[in-house]
Design a protein around this ligand. Structure first.
Ligand code: MRU
Length: 358
């Protein structure tokens, strides 16, 4: 994978979800978008863990990157003689923030490996900050590489390629990553190459990542987007309005099953029924080869108030029981291609995943 130039990076770094300042981490509060752009400044790991749990920052890669910076902050704040115990406690607290996105655990394990080889708190402070920044940088570089791999996999890298319309679910953009985005990064690249007619963006109930975040990101970049209710996706696919469904992932297992935002599975069934291609775009930090199938993925269930109300406005009778799993699993056989920075897996299965990640 060739490292993109600084200019490619700065061009890609339009919208950002997080800013590292060496002694503090700033997060754009995604709960308040698009109405307000409010940055929260954090100087400790507990604040980062709380921000992940409360979805100030969300999206699998951005969760991993934030957690890594959280460990770096813990090292900076380690004051007691037992700096190792303090950092270990911070890692435990961060790992308990959300269960499904494996990027969180991948990043914490990577930080822990560095931490275990540190002899002094001073060394830990420097090396953990460097490692967190490396995780951040690599994520952006990976997103830029995935955009190229995806266009090739879509058969759109030829000069005479015709523009396409696509549909996407949730938010997989700069807000959910180290910048540029995964599935939304592919959409940005299609637009840059004048190969995009229109994006349909599912609103993505109940937390509305599609309407509040994806539509916001795309309009800031003048990318043609139409927002739709989740229930309208079937009609859009049936009408033949799109050629591809592009989504991200929170965890991909050894057999190619994919956990992603609730509603992704039904989109995959619809796409197969209407002969629309289905692509998953995710960095290799989202691949969990330790799990054999999607049935093993811990699926987060969040509070029912996320469904019962919006911004404090009741949408349902008080106290009505709610089932609110925030992710579902799409079986590998409904996926046409998985795109990662390391390459692509067509018609994913155990053998294909093993070949690339074994
Ligand atoms: O609950 P969220 O907003 O963290 O869920 C995010 C998603 O499901 C994304 O599609 C996934 O994390 C990939 S983000 C590049």
């Amino acid at each position: 994978m060739n490292n993109p130039t600084e200019s490619t990076f700065s061009r890609a770094m339009g919208t950002v979800a997080l800013r590292w300042h060496g002694s503090r981490l700033e997060l754009l509060d995604q709960r308040l978008l698009p109405a307000q752009e409010c940055w929260i400044s954090l100087e400790g790991a507990s604040g980062v863990a709380r921000s992940i749990r409360d979805m100030v920052v969300r999206g699998a890669p951005a969760i991993g990157i934030s957690a890594a910076y959280g460990v770096a902050l813990a090292a900076r704040n380690a004051v007691s003689g037992d700096w190792k115990a303090e950092i270990r406690q911070a890692i435990r607290e961060l790992s308990a923030s959300r269960p499904t996105a494996v990027n969180l655990f991948w990043a914490l394990q990577r930080m822990e490996r560095v931490f275990d080889s540190c002899e002094s708190v001073g060394e830990a402070q420097t090396r953990l900050a460097d490692e967190a920044a490396a995780i951040h940088h690599e994520d952006l570089a990976g997103n830029l590489a995935m955009a190229d791999h995806a266009l090739t996999a879509m058969g759109l890298s030829a000069d005479n390629a015709l523009p396409v319309s696509v549909l996407t679910h949730c938010n997989t953009g700069a807000l959910a990553t180290g910048g540029y985005g995964t599935a939304l990064g592919v959409i940005r690249r299609l637009h840059e190459k004048k190969l995009l007619t229109r994006v349909y963006a599912d609103e993505t109930r109940p937390w509305l990542q599609g309407s509040r975040l994806t539509a916001w990101e795309l309009m800031r970049d003048d990318i043609p987007v139409t927002l739709n209710a989740d229930g309208a996706a079937a009609a859009i696919l049936a009408a033949g309005a799109v050629r591809w469904v592009l989504v991200g992932a929170d965890r991909i297992t050894a057999n190619g099953d994919v956990a992603n935002k609730i509603g992704t599975y039904s989109l995959a069934v619809l796409a197969r029924h209407h002969n629309v291609r289905f692509m998953v775009v995710a960095p290799s930090s989202t691949v969990d080869m330790s799990l054999t199938s999607g049935a093993d993925i811990p699926i987060e269930e969040r509070d029912g108030c996320e469904v019962r109300e919006i911004g404090g406005v009741p949408l349902a009778p008080d106290g009505v029981p709610v089932f609110n799993p925030v992710f579902d699993v799409t079986p590998a056989d409904l996926i046409d291609v998985i795109v990662t920075e390391k390459g692509v897996v067509r018609n994913p299965d155990m053998a294909g995943m093993q070949e690339l990640f074994g």
